[in-house]
Design a protein around this ligand. Structure first.
Ligand SMILES: [Zn+2]
Length: 136
């Protein structure tokens, strides 16, 4: 049974994103021609096809657009994580990220819930941006 965790596949244009995660910064791209904010990392702006992209640090806050909690029936290499919740989070910067919701019970998660980024260290190279409920 393969219990090896899958690692993110990196591309030259996503390297900066992973560097940011290691330093506790959630970086997204911004198109310098049309000012569109972009996530996931790309070579070209999906709005205007410009390659003139820079990086900005996102505030790390957003709201849950939708989510799904796995209680069973996942690959063996994820069994130890059960139950876990995968969500789409809409950041305040206007981009949507697929992520995990952590630090709360699955039954307390709801759509439009306010969440903030928290970095989960997978190994020295990858710190995954997960989200947890904003307290208070
Ligand atoms: Zn653009």
């Amino acid at each position: 049974m393969d219990t090896t965790r899958p690692m993110p596949l990196t591309q030259p244009w996503s390297k900066k994103f992973w560097e940011g995660c290691r330093e506790g910064c959630l970086l997204i791209q911004r198109c310098q021609d049309c000012q569109n904010n972009i996530f996931y990392p790309r070579k070209f702006c999906p709005e205007c096809w410009s390659g003139n992209l820079n990086w900005i640090e996102a505030g790390g806050r957003g709201r849950i657009h939708t989510f799904s909690t796995a209680y069973d029936m996942v690959e063996p290499r994820f069994w130890e994580d059960l139950p876990y919740t995968i969500a789409y989070v809409d950041l305040e910067e206007g981009v949507r990220m697929m992520t995990r919701i952590v630090d709360c019970r699955p039954e307390d998660i709801h759509m439009d819930m306010e969440v903030e980024v928290v970095f989960h260290k997978l190994n020295d190279e990858f710190h995954l941006p997960y989200f947890r409920p904003v307290k208070g």
